[in-house]
Design a protein around this ligand. Structure first.
Ligand code: MG
Length: 325
């Protein structure tokens, strides 16, 4: 019998094995399966996360300048820290680069990482360079943890579902870069190239005790809400017309287009808020540094239902984006 390939096992097969076959060590507060691990460092908690961008899988060099590739690599890591309410502190970088890759591009890529890290008060404290067939940038980021731990697993029936910013712009920008269309929105392309990690919002939402669960939207609202629902053992109802769409999105795709629901790469935050904290969230909006929109509610019934403006409901399949499918 032929041996199974990684593509057949898939990312979630790998993750479930990682979650299943482990004994929690001393100092591990929250292990795999969240946006960051929570670990005990001396007398306090830290967040720890890692992410890789691979040429040909996550981006193409013709879509972005080397500096932008470096910057984006840091920003997507910082977004995972935002989802747990942390403050980025230190990162190490591992670069895999073809031997023919221009040295100037490597300096620019590195400068992009350093500048993005500095902007968010983090320090690049080490690195590694290895020869490879394709360009890949891997960053491991260590962050100060907030005083509370908020995971994907804390949503309860009756909680309201909120998202920061607008949705679907990055997917729209990516689509424009892929098709090299003439009708480009500079805003949407920039949202893909340069996501904004919602660190200020994430910190406030966690430290204030307002949110019960949180995740960053990397794979699309439907899929990332699916992770929250699965981890929390709940379902959700989402109102399609409430999904926040930018002016550029509405002008190019219209107010009903489903890209806001399924398009990934936005790196906005999705959180759940118990009814008793809604008033306090509404009162403190200006502390978030970005808009936040109520889009639905958590239900005891499993599954995610999407309701349109006319009240028609469809059940969405709950399946995460799998990098090997
Ligand atoms: Mg994440």
């Amino acid at each position: 019998m032929p041996r199974r390939t990684v593509a057949e096992v898939g990312e979630f097969g790998w993750l479930s094995r990682l979650l299943h076959n482990r004994r929690k060590g001393r100092g591990t507060v929250v292990g795999p399966g969240q946006d960051c691990a929570v670990i005990r460092c001396g007398t306090r908690n830290c967040l720890f996360t890692v992410d890789t961008l691979v040429e040909g899988v996550h981006f193409r060099s013709r879509w972005m300048a080397p500096r932008q590739i470096g910057r984006r690599s840091f920003l997507v890591n910082a977004s995972d820290v935002a989802a747990m309410g942390g403050r980025p502190r230190f990162c190490v970088v591992s670069l895999e680069v073809p031997g023919r890759y221009p040295a100037d591009d490597l300096w620019a890529l590195q400068a992009g990482i350093v500048a993005a890290a500095r902007r968010y008060d983090a320090d690049v404290v080490g690195g590694n360079l290895s020869r490879s067939h394709t360009l890949s940038v891997c960053i491991a980021l260590l962050a100060d943890a907030p005083t509370r731990v908020v995971t994907r697993g804390g949503a309860r029936a009756g909680d309201h579902v909120y998202v920061t910013g607008t949705l679907g712009d990055a997917a729209l920008g990516l689509r424009m870069l892929r098709t090299r269309g003439a009708n480009r929105s500079a805003w949407a392309v920039r949202r893909f190239r340069e996501p904004t990690p919602r660190l200020r919002a994430g910190r406030f939402l966690v430290e204030s005790g307002i949110v019960s669960a949180m995740i960053d939207i990397s794979d699309g609202l439907a899929q990332d809400l699916g992770h929250v629902c699965t981890e929390s053992g709940v379902g959700a109802v989402i109102h399609a017309e409430r999904l926040p769409r930018s002016a550029a999105y509405r002008a190019l795709l219209g107010a009903r287009h489903p890209l806001a629901l399924h398009g990934g790469e936005d790196y906005e935050l999705l959180c759940t808020v118990a009814e008793r904290h809604v008033e306090r969230l509404e009162r403190n909006r200006e502390k978030l540094g970005c808009r936040i929109t109520r889009v639905g509610v958590i239900t005891a019934d499993r599954g995610i239902r999407l309701v349109d403006a006319a009240g028609n409901a469809v059940t969405l399949p709950v399946a995460g984006y799998d990098h090997f499918r």
